[in-house]
Design a protein. Structure first.
Length: 365
């Protein structure tokens, strides 16, 4: 039932502000990420992706919460990354002052600041006071608190930015924007998703919003044949599901990412040169970790991959390798991460420069 609700929400968001249609969204038993592509296309052709811009106040609060999250626990006197200027403002320090004035940010007390010090700094304090250096970070902090008067070491503890209770609440309120701020998903889309969930009195958790936003992008990129973005949507989803310990779905989506890498498809429905094919090492490492978590055997691995690749085969216009050869390449890569793709070229399909299904240009390297 939960899957049905999420799918209904996904397509409901798709028709925001589209007045020319009031047709009922078809329901499915699964999240859009798990439906067949025929179901996705049938349901979504009626809708166009249009999103309302977030109000100025919301955009300001997102900026504040993001900056607050970025500096929380940092040494106020340390050097900050250059991207702060690009992401927040050339005068981002003025925003920090506003966070303090509005009660979202403070300087941590010397006792509270201990939790933000790194282990070598804590051990240095202990060593200077002839105290034992062994133990976990929490044990080092307790040893300092219980054995050293704070006024004796106050001058050794740096000035640390710390979010207030109100600041923590602000970060929590805009958590979904913070988590997706470095990704391809735009602010207006996230905002529209959250607004629609609230309108429908549905689950507005960060987890639910992220899955719906990524699902919408999977759908849109498949329709627009932006295969590179489509491919990385699955990778994003796999990473997020891994963080949430949803290892089974994480592996399914990682397999889709790997198969798309072996198709050679790129943006604007273009097929890349064979020489650019690879399975990213991070995908191999993540696959290995997920297999260990799930304790799956070779047969289950094979079946999962073929099932996921079969779904993709229904919509992609070209692939260098059919799913069975792709499976063998994938398994070889798990044994040999620095796999040389040239050894498989004799099994590869050759793109047609004259195809009407995709674009391919002869490459000379």
């Amino acid at each position: 039932m939960e899957f049905i609700v999420i799918l209904v929400i996904v397509f409901s968001i798709y028709k925001i502000y589209k007045s020319e249609t009031n047709k009922t969204i078809n329901k499915s038993k699964h999240l859009i990420i798990n439906t067949t592509f025929e179901q996705q296309e049938e349901n979504s052709n009626e809708y166009k992706s249009r999103y309302q811009d977030a109000p100025r106040e919301v955009r300001r609060n997102i900026q504040f919460s993001s900056l607050l999250n970025a500096i929380n626990g940092r040494n106020a006197k340390s050097d900050f990354p250059y991207y702060f200027t690009e992401r927040y403002s050339p005068n981002w320090q003025n925003l920090v002052q506003k966070l303090i004035e509005n009660g979202y940010l403070q300087f941590a007390s010397p006792i509270d600041a201990l939790q933000y010090l790194i282990i070598p700094e804590l051990k240095s304090i202990l060593k200077n006071n002839n105290l034992k250096l062994s133990g976990k970070k929490s044990e080092l902090i307790e040893r300092i608190k219980n054995n050293i008067p704070i006024d004796k070491i106050e001058h050794l503890i740096p000035l640390i930015y710390q979010a207030t209770v109100s600041g923590e609440e602000l970060i929590k309120q805009y958590e979904v924007y913070i988590m997706l701020e470095n990704s391809q998903y735009n602010l207006s889309e996230i905002y529209a998703t959250k607004q629609e969930l609230e309108r429908l009195n549905q689950n507005t958790s960060t987890d639910n919003i992220i899955q719906i936003v990524i699902s919408n992008n999977i759908l849109r990129n498949s329709q627009e044949k932006n295969w590179s973005d489509f491919m990385f949507n699955y990778y994003d989803l796999s990473i997020y599901q891994t963080q949430k310990s949803n290892y089974s779905e994480a592996l399914n989506n990682l397999m889709r990412f790997v198969y798309m890498n072996l198709t050679g498809l790129s943006r604007n429905n273009t097929v890349e040169s064979y020489t650019l094919l690879l399975i990213p090492p991070a995908a191999i490492r993540n696959t290995d970790k997920l297999m260990q978590k799930l304790l799956i055997d070779n047969n289950e691995f094979n079946e999962r991959f073929i099932e996921n690749a079969s779904e993709l085969d229904k919509i992609i216009p070209f692939t260098y390798f059919d799913k069975y050869i792709a499976l063998e390449i994938y398994k070889d890569a798990l044994k040999e991460p620095d796999l040389n793709m040239l050894r498989y070229k004799k099994y590869a399909n050759k793109p047609n420069p004259n195809s009407k299904l995709y674009k391919y240009y002869e490459f000379n390297y």
